[in-house]
Design a protein around this ligand. Structure first.
Ligand code: 5GP
Length: 126
C-alpha cells in the first residue's frame, strides 16, 4: 500500500515559491529553487526545494516524474558547486515527517557546509 499525500498550499515554502514571502535566493530553474535558511545551522545553510508540490522525499520519489527528479538533483549539484561546497564537502539532509523532525511540509534538502558540521545525529537510537 502506498501512502496518500495531501499538500498544504499555505505552507511557508509554497508562499516563497509564489513570491508571497521573500527569500535570499541563490538559484532557480524550472525544477528547483534554492535559498538561504532563515536560521542557519552552519556557515553555509541552503535549502533546495522542488518547484512541484511534494510533501516529502518519499512523496517526491513516488510521484514526481523522472524529469522532475533528475532536474531537482541536477539543481542540488549546481547549487553545491555554486556555493563552494564541493572542495571540503557538506551534509545534505531531508527531514521527513514527525520522527524526522520535518517542520515545513514541502520537500526540501538542506545543504550544510563551510565548516565541519558535527555528528550525523544528536542522539543515538535507544
Ligand atoms: P525542516 O525542519 O522542515 O527540515 O526545515 C525547515 C527549515 O526551514 C528550517 O531550517 C527553518 O529554519 C527554515 N525556515 C522556516 N521558515 C523559513 C522562512 O520563512 N524562510 C527561510 N529562508 N527559511 C525558513
Amino acid at each position: 500500500m502506498s501512502a496518500a499525500y495531501t499538500y498544504d498550499d499555505e505552507n511557508i515554502f509554497a508562499k516563497i515559491l509564489q513570491g508571497d514571502i521573500p527569500c535570499k535566493e541563490v538559484y532557480r530553474d524550472e525544477y528547483a529553487l534554492a535559498f538561504h535558511d532563515i536560521n542557519p545551522q552552519a556557515p553555509t545553510h541552503i535549502l533546495v526545494i522542488p518547484t512541484g508540490k511534494y510533501v516529502s522525499i518519499d512523496d517526491f520519489g513516488a510521484n514526481a516524474s523522472a524529469e522532475e527528479v533528475a532536474g531537482f538533483f541536477k539543481a542540488v549539484s549546481k547549487v553545491a558547486e555554486q556555493e563552494g561546497l564541493l572542495e571540503n564537502g557538506f551534509r545534505s539532509i531531508a527531514n521527513t515527517g514527525d520522527h524526522g523532525g520535518q517542520e515545513v511540509p514541502h520537500f526540501h534538502v538542506h545543504l550544510l557546509g563551510g565548516a565541519k558540521v558535527g555528528p550525523m545525529v544528536s542522539k543515538k537510537a535507544a
